[in-house]
Write a protein of this length. Structure first.
Lengths: 117, 397
C-alpha cells in the first residue's frame, strides 16, 4: 500500500484577471472563501444545537458523525441562499435594475409554448 | 445540493468538508443563476448601445460581444465570482480525497484472481494526447491523467465528487444524466433498436456509461479513455454497483477494435474537450468500428452558430475563463460537415435536442423524445433547465 498523497490545489493554465487591478480578483476570491468558512461554521453551530435539542448533551464525535437528513439539508440550503443573497446584496441590487432588460424569460416562455403546441 | 448516491468508492467527507461542499455548490448556483441573470440586461442596456454608438452597428459575433462585455464592471464581477467558485469546488473536495487515498486505491484495485462482472484493460503505452495535457480542463488540479501513487485512482475520485458539487445534484444521484437522457431517448424514439454491443468514447469515470448497461441489460458495454486513473476508478465504481463494463485504456483516434464491431457508438460531452483534428480522426474511427445499420450519437453542448451573438458569448465563456480551450472551436463546428466527412452518408445524419431526463416529468420527456425535437436550445449549463444535443448518423446497412 502506498503512502498518502498531496494534491496541490492549483491548475495548469494562466489565471485570467477580470479587473484592471488583479488585486481586485484576489480580494474577490478571498471574500468568496471567507463566505464559505462562515457558512461551514454556521452549519456546525446548527449541528450542535440540533444535537443538544435531541440529546441534551454532546461530544465532539457526535458532531463529526452528524449528517443532515434531507429536511435539515433543505432548511440549511434555504438559509445558505438567504445568506448569499444578503452578502452579495450590492450585486443583487444592480441585477434588479438589469433584469428589466432581460428577454431570456420571455424567450423561454415562448419556446416552452411552442414545444407544447 | 441533494445527496450523492453511494457506491463502493465513495469518499466520506468530514462534517465540515460536507458543509463546505454544499455551500460551494449553492454559491456557484447563485452566481450562475441569480447574478448571471443580469448579464443580458448589461448587454441590452449599456454594452450594446455603447458599441452601436461607437461603431454605428451592433456587435457582429460573440468575439465582439465578449470584448465589450468583459470591459463591463458587472460582467467582470460575475466572471471573477464564477472563476473563484469553480476553483473552490476542487478545494472543497481535495482534503477528503487525500485522506481516503491510499485506502481508496486498495479498494478500487481488486486482488488478482477476483471475479469481476466487467473488465479493465490498461495499456501503459498509450500516450495522453496534447489536447488533454495542455491545460487542466475545468480547473481540476491534475486534470484526468495525473497519477500520484501506484495504481492511483485519486483523479477519478476528485472528478466524481467535484462534478457532483459542480452540478449541485442536478445530474441525478449518480451524476449520470447525460447517459440516462440519451438511452431513455433512444428507447422511446427507436423502440426496435436493441444494440448487442455498445461503445462509449471518452468515458472518464463512466458515470454516464452505466446507464447503457442498465437500459440495455442484454448489451455488452465497452468504454474507452486515455487516462488510467479515471479508468481504474470507473472499474471499481461500476463493479460496486453490480454493472458489467468493459473498460479499455485506448486512444479514440486509433482504436484497437476491429472494423464493424459495435451496434451503438456514443459519447457524452467528450468532443468539446478534443481538438478539431482529433475530432475528425475520432469520428472516422467511430465510423470504422460501427456495424452497418448501427447508430453513432454524441451528446454535446448546443451549437453557438444557431444563437445570437450574446447567447454564444454566454455559452462560450467557459472556453476562455474555465480552462475549456476547445469549447469554442467545438460549439462553432458544423457537425453535419465533419460527420459526413468521416464517411457517413448525408441522408443518414441525425441531430436531436432533448430535455434533461431528471429535470422534467416522465411524460414531458416522453413527448419531447417522440417528437425528436430538433430545436436548438440556448441554455447550456447545469441547473438552468438544460437540454442536451445529440449529433450522429446511422451507418448505411
Amino acid at each position: 500500500m502506498s503512502e498518502g498523497i498531496k494534491i496541490t490545489p492549483v491548475n495548469r493554465g494562466k489565471r485570467p484577471a477580470f479587473f484592471d487591478d488583479p488585486a481586485i480578483d484576489q480580494l474577490m476570491a478571498i471574500v468568496m472563501a471567507m463566505s464559505a468558512e462562515m457558512s461551514v461554521l454556521y452549519d456546525r453551530v446548527d449541528t450542535i444545537e440540533r444535537l443538544l435539542d435531541t440529546k441534551g448533551t454532546l461530544s465532539r464525535d457526535d458532531i463529526e458523525a452528524y449528517r443532515p437528513d434531507q429536511g435539515v439539508e433543505d432548511e440549511r440550503n434555504g438559509r445558505r441562499n438567504d445568506y448569499i443573497s444578503r452578502l452579495f446584496r450590492i450585486i443583487r441590487e444592480e441585477r434588479e435594475t438589469l433584469v428589466a432588460h432581460d428577454k431570456m424569460d420571455e424567450y423561454n416562455a415562448l419556446m416552452d409554448e411552442l414545444a407544447k403546441s | 445540493m441533494t445527496p450523492q448516491a453511494k457506491h463502493g468508492l465513495s469518499v466520506e467527507p468530514t462534517h465540515d468538508e460536507y458543509a463546505l461542499q454544499t455551500y460551494v455548490s449553492a454559491l456557484r448556483m447563485y452566481t450562475l443563476q441569480e447574478i448571471g441573470s443580469g448579464l443580458r440586461g448589461v448587454y441590452e442596456s449599456r454594452v450594446k448601445p455603447d458599441f452601436e454608438q461607437d461603431k454605428g452597428r451592433a456587435p457582429k459575433d460573440e468575439h465582439e460581444v465578449r470584448r465589450a462585455m468583459m470591459a463591463d464592471p458587472y460582467c467582470r464581477t460575475w466572471s471573477s465570482m464564477m472563476r473563484s467558485a469553480q476553483e473552490m469546488i476542487w478545494d472543497s473536495v481535495i482534503p477528503s480525497i487525500e485522506r481516503a487515498q491510499p485506502e481508496l486505491n486498495a479498494r478500487a484495485n481488486p486482488a488478482p484472481g477476483t471475479n469481476t462482472k466487467g473488465s479493465l484493460t490498461l495499456d501503459p503505452s498509450i500516450e495522453v494526447p496534447r489536447y488533454v495535457t495542455a491545460s487542466d480542463i475545468h480547473l481540476m488540479p491534475g486534470s484526468y491523467y495525473t497519477e500520484r501513487a501506484e495504481n492511483d485512482v485519486s483523479q477519478g475520485a476528485l472528478y466524481d465528487r467535484g462534478v457532483y458539487v459542480y452540478a449541485g445534484g442536478h445530474g441525478g444521484p449518480y451524476c449520470d444524466t447525460i447517459g440516462r437522457s440519451l438511452t431513455k431517448y433512444l428507447k422511446i424514439r427507436f423502440p426496435d433498436f436493441a444494440p448487442a454491443k455498445v461503445l462509449d468514447v471518452g468515458c472518464t469515470v463512466a458515470q454516464n456509461t452505466v446507464p447503457f448497461a442498465q437500459e440495455y441489460p442484454d448489451a455488452e458495454v465497452h468504454a474507452i479513455d486515455v487516462s488510467a486513473p479515471v479508468l481504474r476508478y470507473a472499474h471499481g465504481r461500476a463493479e460496486s454497483l453490480g454493472e458489467a463494463l468493459h473498460l479499455h485504456q485506448m486512444d479514440a483516434e486509433a482504436m484497437a477494435f476491429e472494423d464493424n464491431s459495435f451496434d451503438l457508438v456514443a459519447s457524452t460531452i467528450t468532443f468539446h474537450e478534443t481538438s478539431r483534428t482529433a475530432m475528425r480522426n475520432i469520428l472516422k474511427e467511430c465510423h470504422r468500428v460501427l456495424k452497418p445499420g448501427g447508430l453513432m450519437i454524441h451528446m454535446e453542448l448546443p451549437r453557438t452558430a444557431d444563437m445570437d451573438p450574446f447567447d454564444a458569448f454566454y455559452i462560450d465563456w467557459d472556453a476562455y475563463y474555465n480552462n475549456e480551450p476547445f469549447y469554442q472551436a467545438f460549439t462553432s463546428t458544423n457537425m453535419k460537415e465533419v460527420i459526413t466527412g468521416a464517411g457517413f452518408a448525408d441522408d443518414e445524419y441525425v441531430e436531436v435536442t432533448m430535455p434533461d431526463y431528471y429535470s422534467v416529468p416522465e411524460d414531458e420527456f416522453h413527448a419531447a423524445a417522440i417528437k425528436a425535437d430538433q430545436r436548438p436550445h440556448r441554455k447550456g449549463r447545469m441547473g438552468e433547465g438544460i437540454h442536451w444535443t445529440g449529433w450522429g448518423a446511422w451507418k448505411k446497412g
